[in-house]
Structures are given as structure tokens and as C-alpha cells.
Design a binder for this molecule. Structure first.
Ligand SMILES: *Cc1c(COP(=O)(O)O)cnc(C)c1O
Length: 475
């Protein structure tokens, strides 16, 4: 039931103090022409409404959430406590710098640690998400070539094992996208890469580990090839959960990188909540950085880069996410950061090895933080698809893995357990996966009907896509 359907005229629960300044109404032409429909509920009913909605959805606080590429790790509550401190939460972005020195220090420290972790020299927190960071990084690459009068570099090379946002961001930044295929080992086909580069190459975007969960073993050769032809190297670091504190993109020859603080550095996400996709770069790209950066030692202040690409977002980005990331980094410390990544990789390999006698793996190699299964054989044999197995997981209280992605694997299920799951949770999930496989062979119909225990059961996905109901008609 929608909140509007629960509404009763005259009810309400606002606790705002009486307005103590003069009320000015807009002129006739700016006034609303129709009534404003706001739901009217008591505080208790409102609370029940949202609790009911929360119960109907699945989150990290409910159970296992192995959504590949999304790093749905458990986010310690202390991160929220720090971000909610009044000194961080109740400030105004236009406050003079000398009144918010602590906040500037948060930005400065977060930049310092994240540069240390990635091997970069500078970092901006303006971008609000990973894809936003990609777009920002590409504008830096563009500004760099343009500043040297090198106008012919119009192409960005994107391997086919890249995250889907990579080619989209390159196109949005005004580049032509050149796709390079992967070899049978799931890594970039080096010969095809050599054929693709030239004087028109602006750069390469590499998702690493790539979308099949593999660390490209030729990574140094890849960055050499790109630099050799005058291009720059962009590292999609949204999957940094696999390598943080272990290897640094900056040491591998990358010039620009984005991170997903809302994945690797522990901010709840998935419901559209605020994210942060900071972009790091080497010194030579610093003159083009967007927004304001923190400078100074004793007295901190903001400064703008000379040839800045401009504003990617208002003010300093999603500051509270940066507070959470810094809290997370300080909590884990120098030993905890690489340990988290190693456990993420260990957990993924553990699950993969406990499943691979039944489920066919798309690439039967040591994986990084996630692995991809290929269910085409099962579909042929039993008529049960990756989607049906995913629906079966729902009946077992497990959020499905990422499905039908990456596109280069058919009937794909991409599993990312993360480091915050215990061996017991992994063992339970392994048992469920194995059980579902058996069910597919002996009672396929049961899986074709799943899920039966969830608030909504099998949805008509075609109708939902073709005839979505996205508005409510007030009577
Ligand atoms: C999640 C992800 C992105 C996009 O991040 P958003 O915050 O969703 O925009 C980009 N690249 C990779 C590899 C990702 O996993």
C-alpha cells in the first residue's frame, strides 16, 4: 500500500517550531495552480510504513549479499557515528575555511591515505559515484592532450571485459570508443591491443580486476603499449577491494584512477544513497583537477587548479562519505587494509572451489574478489537458467549474484562474497547453491516457480519493462 493511500486528511507529525520570521508568499503567477498532495500520517503510522518497506527489502543487515561487482560488504556502524558528529554533519559549505579546519583536515587526510593506497599524487572528492569519476578522469585526459595542442587524440580503448560504465563514460566525454577483445584466458588480447593503438589514441580504460574477476597478468605490458603511443592510462578502481594495500595502480603505470568509496571504503549503497567516486591522478594532471583542493600545513585553505576542467559537482562532493571512508581506513590501519583485500580474495576462491565440481566456471583460474559461473550447460540439460537459480536463492534468504553480466559470458552468475562474511555464512551459501543445482536436475519446475516466500513472487519482467506504472493518480 502506498503512503498516499494510508493518508488521512488533517493528520500529521511535524515537529517544526513556529516560524519566527515574516512569511512572504510568492506572487500570483508563481503560485501553485493545483493542490499539493502530501501524505498526512501520524508519526507512528509513518514509522510503521517505513519499517514495513524495510522488511520487504533485502540488505546487508538481513543476510548474504554476493552481488558481483558491487562489493556489498558489511559497513561498521562506527562509520555512521563519526559522520553524524555535529562538527561534520551540521556545517554549511559556504562557511569560511577557518571555522571548519577539522573538515578540511578530513579531506586532506583522506586524500593522503588514498594516494598512498593507489600510488597517486592528488585526489579530488567531487565526483559522486564511480561512473561520475570515470567521466571526470576522462575530462582530465582530454584537457591534458588539448593543453599540448594534441587535438588528434579522439579514441579511448576499452577492453570488452570492462565494466559497462567505461565505454559509456568515454562516449559521454566525447571520445570514440575502440573495443578490444579478451583472449581465452579472460585477459586483454595483447596483439589486438597493439593493432588498436596509434596516434589517435587518447588513452585506455582498464577495469582491474576485470569483470570476470581476473587480475590482468599483462598489466605492465598494457600500460607500456599505451604510453608508447602517447596515450594515458585510466584505472577503473571500483574493484579495489581485491587489491588495496597489496598492489598500487600508480606503480603499474596508471595516470588516473577512480575509486568507489561506497564499495571498497565502506559506505552503505544500493538504495541510491550518497556515494563518492574520488579521482586520483599523477602530478602532471594536477593542473586540470576539478573543484577545490585542500592546501596548507598549519592553517588549511582551499585552492583551485589553474587550468581546472571546472566543477563536477557543487562544493566538495559527498563529504559524509569521505568521513566514513577515513574512519574505515583509520580503523583498519596499515595491516588491516591489505588483510581485508586478501580475505575478500580468499573468500571468493573458497566458494569457487567448493562449487566448481557442479557449476561450470567461466574461467577456471585463481580468481580475485569475485568469480563468474556459466550456466549454459545446466540450461541445456535441465531447462533451468541463471535467472531461475537466482530466484531460488531468494527463497533461501540470499540475495542473487549479479546476473547476465559480464556480457561475454552466457548465463552468467557473478558472485562476490566480500571479506566480511564468515566461513559459516559461506558454507551455508555453498550448500544452498549445491542444493539448487540438484533441484534443477530432479525438479526443475520448482525452480521455474521460485520465489514463493518473498513479498512479491515471480514478476512479469517483460510487462514491468514495457508497461511500467510509475505514477499514481490522485482521485
Ligand atoms: C560499480 C562500478 C562502477 C560504477 O560505479 P557507480 O558508483 O555505480 O557509478 C564502475 N566500474 C566498476 C568496475 C564497478 O564495479
Amino acid at each position: 500500500m502506498l503512503i498516499f493511500e494510508k493518508s488521512k486528511a488533517g493528520r500529521g507529525c511535524d515537529t517544526l517550531p513556529k516560524c519566527d520570521v515574516e512569511i512572504r508568499l510568492p506572487g500570483e503567477k508563481d503560485k501553485r495552480q493545483s493542490e499539493l498532495h502530501m501524505p498526512a500520517l501520524s508519526e507512528g503510522d509513518l514509522s510503521r510504513h517505513y519499517t514495513e518497506l524495510a522488511k520487504k527489502s533485502h540488505g546487508v543487515n538481513d543476510g548474504f549479499y554476493p552481488l558481483g561487482s558491487c562489493t556489498m560488504k558489511y559497513n561498521p556502524k562506527i562509520n555512521e557515528d563519526m559522520a553524524a558528529l555535529p562538527g561534520f554533519a551540521e556545517i554549511h559549505p559556504l562557511q569560511p575555511a577557518h571555522t571548519v579546519q577539522g573538515c578540511l583536515e578530513v579531506l586532506k587526510l583522506a586524500e593522503k591515505y588514498l594516494c598512498e593506497i593507489t600510488g597517486m599524487n592528488h585526489m579530488t572528492f567531487q565526483p559522486a559515484a564511480g561512473a561520475h569519476g570515470e567521466f571526470t578522469g576522462l575530462l582530465l585526459i582530454k584537457a591534458y592532450h588539448q593543453s599540448r595542442g594534441d587535438e588528434k587524440r579522439t579514441k579511448i580503448i576499452v577492453p570488452d571485459s570492462a565494466h559497462g560504465t567505461n565505454p559509456a563514460s568515454a562516449a559521454m566525454a566525447g571520445f570514440d570508443v575502440v573495443s578490444v577483445p579478451s583472449g581465452p584466458d579472460g585477459c586483454v588480447d595483447i596483439e589486438k591491443l597493439r593493432e588498436a593503438v596509434g596516434e589517435d589514441t587518447a588513452g585506455l580504460m582498464l577495469t582491474n580486476p576485470n569483470t570476470v574477476g581476473l587480475f590482468d597478468k599483462n598489466i605492465l605490458e598494457i600500460t607500456d603499449i599505451i604510453h608508447g603511443c602517447g596515450g594515458l592510462c585510466y584505472y577503473d578502481g571500483a574493484n579495489l577491494n581485491a587489491v588495496m594495500g597489496v598492489v598500487r595502480p600508480g606503480d603499474m603505470g596508471f595516470d588516473v584512477i577512480h575509486l568507489n568509496l561506497h564499495k571498497t571504503f565502506s559506505t552503505p549503497h544500493g538504495g541510491g544513497g550518497p556515494g563518492s567516486g574520488p579521482v586520483g591522478c599523477k602530478d602532471f594532471l594536477a593542473p586540470f583537477m576539478p573543484g577545490l583542493t585542500v592546501v596548507g600545513e598549519e592553517e588549511l585553505a582551499f585552492a583551485k587548479a589553474e587550468q581546472s576542467i571546472g566543477e563536477m559537482k557543487n562544493f566538495y562532493g559527498n563529504f559524509s562519505v569521505v568521513v566514513k571512508a577515513l574512519t574505515y581506513i583509520l580503523t583498519l590501519g596499515k595491516e588491516g587494509i591489505p588483510e581485508a583485500s586478501k580475505n575478500a580474495v580468499l573468500n571468493a576462491n573458497y566458494m569457487m572451489n567448493k562449487l566448481k565440481d557442479l557449476y561450470e566456471m567461466a574461467y577456471d583460474e585463481v580468481c580475485m574478489h569475485e568469480f563468474v559461473m556459466d550456466l549454459s550447460e545446466l540450461k541445456k540439460k535441465a531447462g533451468v537458467s541463471a535467472m531461475d537459480i537466482a530466484k531460488g536463492l531468494l527463497d533461501n534468504g540470499i540475495h542473487p549474484p549479479t546476473m547476465y553480466f559480464p556480457l561475454i559470458v552466457h548465463e552468467a552468475l557473478m558472485v562476490e562474497p566480500t571479506e566480511t562474511e564468515s566461513k559459516e555464512t559461506l558454507d551455508e551459501a555453498i550448500a544452498v547453491f549445491r542444493q539448487l543445482y540438484e533441484t534443477a536436475l530432479v525438479d526443475a519446475e520448482k525452480l521455474l516457480q521460485a520465489p514463493v516466500t518473498t513479498p512479491v513472487t515471480r514478476l512479469d519482467e517483460v510487462k514491468a519493462a514495457r508497461k511500467p506504472v510509475v505514477r499514481y493518480d490522485f482521485q
